[in-house]
Write a protein that binds this ligand. Structure first.
Ligand SMILES: C[S@@+](CC[C@H](N)C(=O)[O-])C[C@H]1O[C@@H](n2cnc3c(N)ncnc32)[C@H](O)[C@@H]1O
Length: 227
């Protein structure tokens, strides 16, 4: 098997948690961990971190917890957020740190574990951009992140009146999520099948996957739901 150079780098990184015991003992203690009462934003699936590193730098009054599973993506996201590596494209501004970024941590764990990581009312917002659509068959569709059980769990750990933000280029998945939301208590406050048409597109604030879809001229579906 090919040696993954990022395993050791991630295990020794002060901004990435890999030890599950250490992660799960923070449940209901995330505010203490950040040493402030600022809103906690969960971002699931950071990818290579272009968007997420910018977000953490532009929003010092918020704390960010990111979940990602691959070693390389965890490492790249953390290093970009610390201003140590550049973005791998020219379509976004590279991060210029205004001050030290202490308002984030990466959790290398599966999204399925959110009930073990967060307690009721612990989160303010959740951001999920371009999750895998698992669209090959009915069997693979069962692996989709956004479905009733996950949405209900997320509802419990989100504070009242705060939101979940979701983007996908996959229209069928988007419609599937809308129908799953109807089975939950989430309130849809905004939805569009083309968020660029709504004037919401910002070329300096997109993820790597969105950059790919831009090249293919695909429309991006966007949703905001409130607890
Ligand atoms: C399609 S990519 C999107 C990445 C990023 N949001 C973007 O828009 O560029 C999906 C990401 O989810 C991560 N991932 C897949 N399954 C996961 C799971 N069960 N828990 C956490 N992350 C997962 C993958 O490593 C990959 O980075």
């Amino acid at each position: 098997m090919k040696n993954n150079l990022y395993i050791e780098k991630v295990k020794n990184h002060k901004k990435i948690f890999t030890n599950l015991e250490e992660i799960y003992e923070k449940k209901w203690k995330w505010q203490d961990f950040f040493w402030n009462k600022n809103p906690i934003i969960l971002e699931i699936w950071t990818g290579l971190g272009n968007y997420f590193s910018k977000n953490v730098n532009d929003n010092k009054q918020k704390n960010f917890i990111w979940m990602e599973i691959t070693y390389k993506r965890c490492f790249k996201t953390a290093e970009k957020s610390l201003g140590k590596v550049k973005n791998n494209d020219n379509s976004q501004n590279n991060l210029e740190l205004k001050e030290k970024n202490d308002n984030f941590v990466l959790v290398k764990d599966y999204w399925e574990k959110i009930p073990e990581i967060f307690d009721k009312n612990e989160l303010s917002e959740t951001i999920i951009f371009f999750p895998d659509p698992w669209d090959k068959s009915e069997k693979t569709k069962k692996r989709r992140l956004l479905q009733k059980n996950f949405l209900e769990n997320l509802y419990k750990i989100t504070k009242k009146s705060w939101k979940l933000f979701f983007k996908t280029d996959h229209k069928e998945y988007f419609d599937f999520v809308l129908s799953e939301l109807k089975k939950t208590n989430w309130k849809i406050v905004f939805k569009t099948y083309d968020y660029e048409k709504e004037g919401l597109y910002d070329a300096n604030s997109i993820t790597e996957f969105e950059q790919i879809f831009r090249g293919q001229n695909l429309k991006v579906n966007y949703l905001e739901v409130e607890r």
